[in-house]
Design a protein around this ligand. Structure first.
Ligand SMILES: Nc1nc2c(ncn2[C@@H]2O[C@H](COP(=O)(O)OP(=O)(O)OP(=O)(O)O)[C@@H](O)[C@H]2O)c(=O)[nH]1
Ligand SMILES: [Mg+2]
Length: 445
């Protein structure tokens, strides 16, 4: 338990199911007065964790709905507080009435992520697990969902915590060596601490690799299709998505707006954006399209530079700064070039016949650094990757210091690493960070 149970004394209420129409809709109450409020709405509560049918009534005694009621007394509930769930019918009006009726009886409408925040504050889950719930709900592929589930089960947090504990152990020994230099064994001299540090560094590296894959699964790869007009960018978007999404036409300058389309390649979410063909144009609308295209290229993780291979040699113009590019020679059904690799960073294909598309898919996976068969990934957010990167930098800085027997500075670096990692599970961090994280969750979560 990190902190005392919610001290605000508020009981919060929110609809926990998605908005819209459904067979059932669930309203969740959490807080010291959850049972009292539910009692006023539906009469005597059933025994803990047992479902029972009740009629839900407003303050005038008018029946609003009927459904199942579940009571989870503190502390064995999701939030660690008294929780009551009212399972009514899933219509927006009926659920809204039920919510109003709980608010009239003293509940407060929950803020986004407030149930998860209370669960975290009451030590029911750590921060990485709370985030994993949000990731599981939002996961865009089965692989991403498995990664989220693995993090939710606490596996990721356990590995982070194991490294943090090893760091603390190492720091303690270094500090002991500094404080008691007269001890018989000079820890700083025997090289053992450096070996332990190297092991920690390796463990962290392994964890980062698994988290990197998880972050990829969560965020996906942003790929912009760019190139001269008529090269077949829109045709390629349609070929990759298997749908007739973009307008394809032999008139150059067909596409003006950015057109987004999400596909999956072996579980990896790939966010494609088709752009206007890049050329100088006298047409104001087309010029705006080109401006937007350039912006999309700058924001992408990878640019596919598409050109018409049947139109003669195509020099690759200078790219946007820093964004990796893959050159795609399209229309090989006309040019006769063989499908597949066509030199370093280049591929040949036909958006029309589909030849070479499989190569392109593999190249996209490779560019993302994605290992489709990679089991054991964790869902991870940029925040986790940043924290691990900071920790790794500290460990790298500590190694030469330790070797030079500068215990104090080495210990300071290890402390930096420890704090960076502890931010992942929320064992160390600011209120502001917590506020930001939970506010990004949805209401009722
Ligand atoms: N033979 C052949 N024709 C293709 C291929 N890909 C695209 N085309 C044709 O090339 C023309 C232009 O295709 P688009 O996909 O509209 O080209 P674009 O790059 O999106 O063009 P803009 O939107 O104008 O920049 C169309 O007539 C397509 O049918 C291909 O692989 N082979
Ligand atoms: Mg187009």
């Amino acid at each position: 338990m990190r902190r005392p149970v919610n001290t605000s004394g508020d009981t919060i209420a929110a609809v926990a199911t998605a908005p819209g129409y459904g067979g059932i809709g669930i309203l969740r109450l959490s807080g010291p007065n959850a049972a009292g409020i539910a009692n006023a709405v539906c009469g005597a509560l059933p025994a803990p964790r047992q479902a029972s049918l009740r009629t839900f009534r407003d303050s005038a005694g008018q029946a609003l709905d009927q459904g199942l009621v579940l009571f989870f007394p503190a502390p064995a509930s999701f939030t660690g507080e008294d929780v009551v769930e009212l399972h009514g019918h899933g219509g927006p009006v009926v659920l809204d009435q039920l919510l109003c009726c709980c608010l009239e009886r003293g509940a407060r409408a929950a803020r986004a992520g407030e149930f998860s925040e209370r669960a975290f504050l009451n030590g029911r889950l750590d921060l990485a697990q709370a985030e994993a719930i949000a990731d599981l709900i939002e996961s865009g592929s089965a692989m991403a969902a498995r990664g989220a589930m693995r993090s939710l089960s606490g596996e990721f947090s356990r590995q982070v915590t194991a490294i943090v504990e090893a760091l603390i152990g190492l720091r303690t020994r270094i500090e002991a060596a500094i404080d008691f230099p007269e001890e018989e064994i000079d820890f700083l001299a025997d090289g053992e601490l450096s070996r332990q540090l190297a092991l920690l560094d390796r463990d962290l590296d392994e964890l980062r690799k698994r988290a990197d894959q998880g972050a990829l699964l969560r965020h996906g790869l942003e790929v912009a299709l760019a190139g001269p007009p008529n090269a077949g960018k829109s045709s390629l978007l349609n070929a990759l998505s298997g749908e007739d999404t973009a307008i394809v036409h032999h008139t150059p300058g067909t596409t003006r707006d950015l057109l987004r389309c999400d596909v999956q390649i072996e579980g990896l979410p790939v966010h494609l954006v088709d752009t206007a063909g890049l050329r100088e144009s006298g047409d104001a609308v087309e010029r705006e399209g080109v401006r937007r295209a350039r912006r999309a290229l700058a924001g992408a993780d990878l640019v596919l530079w598409v050109c018409d291979d049947s139109a003669g040699p195509q020099p690759l113009p200078p790219g946007e700064d820093g964004t990796p590019r893959l050159q795609v020679f399209n229309k090989i059904d006309l040019s006769g070039r063989a499908a597949g690799e066509a030199g370093p960073g280049a591929l040949a294909l036909s958006a029309r016949t589909g030849a070479g598309l499989a190569h392109l898919r593999s190249a996209l996976l490779a560019a993302a650094g994605y290992r489709p068969a990679g089991e054991g990934t964790f869902t991870a957010r940029r925040r986790h990757l940043d924290a691990m990167a900071r920790a790794a930098r500290c460990l790298h800085a500590a190694a030469p210091l330790l070797a030079a027997r500068d215990g104090e500075l080495a210990a300071e670096e290890l402390r930096g690493a420890q704090h960076a990692l502890a931010e992942i599970t929320g064992a160390f961090g600011s209120e502001e960070l917590l506020g930001q994280i939970f506010a990004s969750f949805c209401i009722g979560k």
